[in-house]
Design a protein around this ligand. Structure first.
Ligand code: COA
Length: 176
């Protein structure tokens, strides 16, 4: 298996970001529809480039957000993963991670976020042996809420603010 690859699902490969992903990544970050519930506004090209450079940093950890590549066409379709839970004091909470999925608009409603989400929940519980996976979704992001609930997450609380968020969690059934 290519050493950049961290995980595979039926239709997707998840690997470290590579320079060849840049243009697809920028288009996704500069798309107002994609950014509506994640940040609220499209990123500028400069911001997207800075963020992409961050994604390219080599990592030895299995916790992170990975490029999602469609096996059938080798296209970059977005990113997904379980990234570290850093609490308000800036400390990494052991045994926990946050689920993330982010799919370019052209590929919406094909089941890719659900497939990626399920693959990373299984990975987090079976391989990384995390006790709990968390997910935060902005109120109004109904497709995302639907997926998170389909994956079995339970609502812990709603955070009200200028932008409001639902906080979900899912416990590892093998570690109680
Ligand atoms: C939210 C997002 C991840 C969904 O990705 P996707 O690949 O289209 O998702 P899937 O195809 O796996 O599933 C979408 C599900 O939501 C449903 N759905 C779509 N639009 C919906 C809406 N407005 N309200 C409720 N459900 C909706 C679909 O019917 C489907 O459910 P089903 O498979 O049970 O029929 C994608 O739109 C995205 O990346 N948005 C921008 C970034 C983002 O918001 N990320 C999530 C941050 S929490």
């Amino acid at each position: 298996m290519n050493s950049n690859i961290i995980l595979e699902s039926e239709r997707l490969i998840f690997r470290q970001h590579l320079p060849e992903d840049m243009n697809a990544y920028y288009s996704m970050e500069m798309d107002a529809a994609v950014r509506r519930y994640v940040g609220g506004r499209p990123r500028s090209r400069v911001d997207a480039e800075a963020r992409f450079k961050n994604s390219l940093k080599p990592t030895s950890s299995s916790l992170g957000v990975w490029a999602a590549i469609l096996k059938s066409t080798k296209e970059y379709i977005g990113r997904s993963g379980v990234y570290p839970h850093i609490n308000a004091a800036g400390i990494i909470v052991p045994d926990e991670g946050f689920l993330s999925f982010y799919i370019a608009r052209k590929f919406w409603n094909c089941g890719y976020a659900t497939e990626a989400g399920q693959a990373f929940v299984d990975f987090a519980f079976n391989k990384l042996k995390l006790k709990r996976v968390l997910a935060t979704v902005e109120v109004g992001n109904d497709a995302s809420i639907h997926i998170i609930e389909k994956l079995g997450f339970k609502l812990d609380r709603k955070e009200e603010g200028q932008r409001s968020f639902y906080h979900f969690s899912l416990d590892n059934p093998q570690i109680i």
